[in-house]
Design a protein around this ligand. Structure first.
Ligand SMILES: [Zn+2]
Length: 462
């Protein structure tokens, strides 16, 4: 990696005989200095002229790592002399919080030992510093960079087996200083300024030196990994919760949909119930012709017909069919539509306009109504059983009148009259002059005139 700082002048060199670090001002001039380059081992020339700053120079060729060697040597000496080292603050990128979280502030540690290492293989040695504190020791690498940094692979090699790697980034420091000097800086002078024992010691011991940082640290990396794991777990948990919420919402939606459908079926069944018979007047909008069935009894019981059971025992009826949520039941003499409302069973019982049938219905009224929340007796004047003549008058304003002309009209009307007096809801179905089945509510019975007065409001007929 060639850079503008290759072949920088150095102000310290090694005594060829003793290996001691010597300042250029402390040796003889020229080759007589007896010094060699700490990086390449070449004999050096001590330049001690009047014009330029004093420095050592290589006699031939360039040497890229000389300045780094000098700084590392000065660093080792400073740490040994002071017996301490200020470690930079330690933090890690927390994946959950989305920011850096501090593990420990900058702190000065007592140094147990300091040695050089070529573990990074970058071309200059680095330091391995063992510090103690809190009853334990830890070894960190200290990487000093003036002209060359270290690649990731070189950092990895240096980090191997260490608690961490602290980088002294004098290159960045120098850059900053160079910016302050503007265009009027002298590159060589600047580089030589960093080969100063006082500056090096100050940077190493200053807890606030801004160009000192952890470039590798086991605790921070472990904390970062754990935060990523927590973050992933958190994301997974949130994802599952989201799925669960969506499933719950979907189930609720389906339940509401089913409930709506059920209500719709009930509504339709209810409107079908109102279809059948002539609703005798009263409330046109409430065709309650239903009858009711015993609450607490399930409909399937109706399908069991016991031998000899009474005709009107609704519990003995057979189910003939089911439609729109209602059951059509019959015991052979009477039909009924049974609908379950929110409160219980509603019976819409259909019987023929026949004196005997009506009298029997009257005598078994208690059984019929038993358990029903709503009971309506729908009298059919259009069925086969009724063969008498029925006069129907469909006045446009006056109530509809049904007049029985023959058959046991008196008996039928008397029974109907009694039912009406018992507040039984009565409706009637018949064929109008066009042959259509029409249903109306019975309003009153006039036995004398053989008239059945119906409401003007039509019911749906089933
Ligand atoms: Zn050299």
């Amino acid at each position: 990696m060639a850079s503008g700082y290759d072949d920088l002048p150095i102000v310290f060199a090694e005594d060829a005989e003793t290996g001691e670090l010597c300042h250029v001002d402390d040796v003889k001039r020229g080759l007589a200095c007896g010094c060699v380059c700490p990086a390449c081992g070449q004999r050096l020339v001590a330049r001690q002229g009047e014009k330029n700053a004093h420095s050592f120079a290589h006699r031939s060729g360039e040497c890229r790592w000389a300045a780094e060697h000098v700084i590392t040597a000065l660093s080792k000496r400073a740490i040994e002399e002071r017996g301490s080292l200020a470690l930079p603050p330690l933090s890690y990128p927390d994946a959950c919080k989305g920011r850096d979280v501090e593990i420990s502030p900058a702190r000065t540690m007592r140094v147990v030992s300091v040695v050089t290492t070529d573990a990074s293989g970058r071309g200059a040695p680095d330091l391995l510093v063992t510090v103690s504190g809190g009853g334990s020791e830890a070894t960190f690498a200290v990487l000093s960079c003036l002209t060359h940094g270290a690649t990731d692979a070189q950092l990895d090699s240096l980090f191997e087996g260490m608690g961490g790697v602290v980088e002294m980034d004098y290159a960045a420091d120098m850059c900053e200083r160079r910016r302050g000097l503007g265009r009027h800086y002298d590159r060589d002078e600047l580089a030589m300024a960093y080969q100063d024992p006082g500056l090096i010691a100050g940077a190493l011991l200053d807890e606030g030196y801004p160009f000192k940082s952890w470039v590798r640290n086991r605790r921070a990396e472990e904390a970062a990994r754990e935060s990523v794991a927590r973050h992933n777990e958190d994301m997974e948990r949130r994802r599952k919760e989201k799925v669960a919420r969506e499933r719950e919402a979907e189930e609720q939606r389906k339940a509401e949909e089913e409930e709506r459908a059920r209500r719709e079926r009930e509504r339709q069944a209810s409107s079908i119930e109102s279809e059948p018979i002539a609703d005798a007047g009263a409330s046109p909008s409430t065709p309650s012709r239903q009858m009711k069935a015993p609450t607490g009894h399930s409909l399937p019981d109706v399908a069991i017909q016991a031998p000899g059971a009474r005709r009107y025992d609704v519990m003995q009826w057979k189910i003939c069919g089911k439609e729109h949520g209602s059951w059509y039941v019959s015991n052979g003499d009477m039909d009924a539509m049974v609908t379950e409302s929110g409160d219980g069973w509603c019976y819409d019982m259909v019987v023929d306009l026949d004196a005997e049938v009506l009298r029997e219905a009257l005598s078994h009224l208690g059984e019929l109504v038993h358990g029903c929340v709503d009971f309506t007796l729908c009298v059919s004047a259009s069925g086969a059983r009724y063969t008498g003549k029925l006069a129907v008058s469909d006045g446009t304003t006056a109530p509809v009148t049904v007049r029985m002309e023959s058959g046991d009209a008196a008996g039928a009307l008397t029974a109907l009259s009694e039912l009406l007096s018992l507040n039984v809801k009565l409706s009637m179905t018949y064929r109008d002059s066009w042959g259509n089945a029409v249903g109306r509510r019975m309003v009153s019975i006039d036995v004398e005139s053989r008239r059945i007065i119906l409401s003007r409001d039509m019911l749906e007929v089933y």
